[in-house]
Write a protein that binds this ligand. Structure first.
Ligand SMILES: Cc1cc2nc3c(=O)[nH]c(=O)nc-3n(C[C@H](O)[C@H](O)[C@H](O)COP(=O)(O)OP(=O)(O)OC[C@H]3O[C@@H](n4cnc5c(N)ncnc54)[C@H](O)[C@@H]3O)c2cc1C
Length: 402
């Protein structure tokens, strides 16, 4: 690359950075997006991200406006029912179960589930359609210097970029966040998650199921059938050493253990992909902006994967940043605009990070009394129709979103 000037430089081409590039590009801004790690766009390739993302209702508009939804919709699985199960008794058998139907609160499904590797494939293809967007896989941000009127960024290949707005989408250890001197509060749980796909004999009927016992939730999220068999994505959270033990088990033993942990709700589960391991933390940046710089996605906030909030919060960051940029394009990246962005997002993000932290701690508890209280909570609280509807709306991001 030769030296360049752009409206927006996005540091990070993960799912959030690629979405931001498509969103700002579709709105007519000139955009450059850089990432030292080229995206892996094939499920079987080394390094493929085998997590899936359940996009909740408010994210749909962001994906549509970014010109992404038409590409993603044919691959998406609708989530019509959310089921919460407590299996905290002596055996892993389900003992309390509550199901919430999207149709009770909305004409639309709760959300739409898509594999992350496929998101990257379709997002990269969308960027190629946009003449005002350039994506530079293999090149990262090396250093950042900000001035009142622009951010000056040097890339790892020596290119110097001048941008009105620098968007940090470079993950939980964000080099840009560090370069602009924004601290973050981190909570460690000693917990990890396994993410993989399984097939099972019983159909999922578009029901997403979260099963609580100890160590964290075991969640099955519907995917399209695979070789004629019903298929689901699983996120299985446990204490770190237990996850490493499970990840190393021979396949037949692993299948038996996860079937038991699932309460056999869908019959015997069969592993269909590699098992990938993800560290679990909560994290929130002290501020969501610095001079000419906005933090989005995991650069700004990280939550345990409960209630499908992480990337959905990131899409809300993008929506607000884009709204402010479109309202006053001449002010893009100036202090007034970025202060507004911070004020609209930080309280909402803080509330969700705190709420998910409590849910995660509750799910991790292994003592008998704590488990029984949790079961009673699921049975009682979620059984009251007004409370249940309020929780459903909040979980879907309908009420709380900025
Ligand atoms: C098991 C699991 C399940 C989840 N399920 C859901 C779900 O159902 N719904 C949901 O909403 N969320 C979910 N999440 C959260 C979601 O996956 C994350 O929020 C999301 O993947 C993070 O995306 P990101 O783009 O912010 O970060 P990353 O994917 O970490 O991307 C950051 C990018 O920055 C790049 N980078 C690093 N250094 C530099 C540099 N110097 N210059 C430029 N780029 C750099 C990296 O190479 C990387 O590609 C889940 C998370 C986990 C762990």
């Amino acid at each position: 690359m030769t030296d360049l000037s752009t409206d927006i430089l996005i540091s990070g081409g993960g799912v959030a950075g690629l979405t931001a590039a498509a969103a700002f590009g579709s709105a007519g801004f000139s955009v450059s997006c850089v990432d030292p790690a080229p995206p892996v766009t094939d499920e079987t390739a080394d390094g493929a991200d085998l997590r899936t993302t359940a996009f909740l209702q408010p994210s749909l508009k962001v994906l549509k406006d970014a010109g992404l939804w038409d590409r993603l919709a044919p691959h998406a699985t609708e989530l019509q029912v959310m089921r919460i199960v407590d299996a905290g008794g002596k055996t892993p058998a389900p003992r309390v179960s509550r199901a919430f139907k999207a149709s009770d609160v909305s004409d639309l499904p709760f959300g739409w589930n898509l594999p992350n590797w496929l998101l990257r494939r379709e997002m990269v293809a969308r960027l190629k359609e946009l003449p005002n967007v350039t994506f530079h896989p293999g090149t990262g941000t090396a250093s950042v210097l900000t001035r009142d009127v622009e951010a000056r960024v040097t890339l790892t290949d020596g290119t110097r970029v001048r941008a009105k707005l620098l968007i940090a989408a470079d993950g939980r250890n964000s080099p840009v966040r560090e370069a602009v001197g924004i601290g973050a509060k981190t909570i460690r749980y000693g917990q990890k998650a396994l993410a993989f796909a399984v097939t099972h004999p019983e159909p999922h009927n578009n029901v997403s199921t979260e099963i609580h016992r100890s160590g964290g939730p075991f969640t099955l999220v519907p995917l399209p059938d695979r070789d004629g068999r019903p298929c689901s994505a699983i996120v299985w959270m446990e204490r770190g050493p237990e996850v490493l033990r499970l990840a190393a088990l021979p396949e037949a033993e692993f299948n038996a253990e996860m079937t038991a942990r699932s309460g056999a709700l869908f019959g015997p589960l069969r592993l269909e992909t590699r098992r990938t391991v993800w560290p679990i933390i909560s994290q929130i940046a002290h501020r969501m902006y610095a001079e000419r710089t906005a933090l989005i996605a995991e650069a700004a906030h990280v939550v345990p994967p409960i209630g499908a909030q992480g990337l959905n919060m990131s899409l809300a960051d993008i929506r607000v940043l884009l709204e402010l940029s479109r309202a006053a394009p001449a002010d893009i990246g100036n202090d007034g605009m970025l202060e507004l962005y911070h004020r609209r997002r930080h309280p909402e993000v803080s509330a969700r990070v705190a709420g998910i932290d409590i849910l995660n701690r509750t799910s991790m508890r292994g003592e008998r009394i704590a488990r029984d209280l949790r079961a009673a909570g699921i049975a009682g609280l979620y059984g009251l129709p007004p409370v249940r509807k309020a929780l459903m709306r909040a979980g879907m991001g309908v009420r709380l979103s900025a």
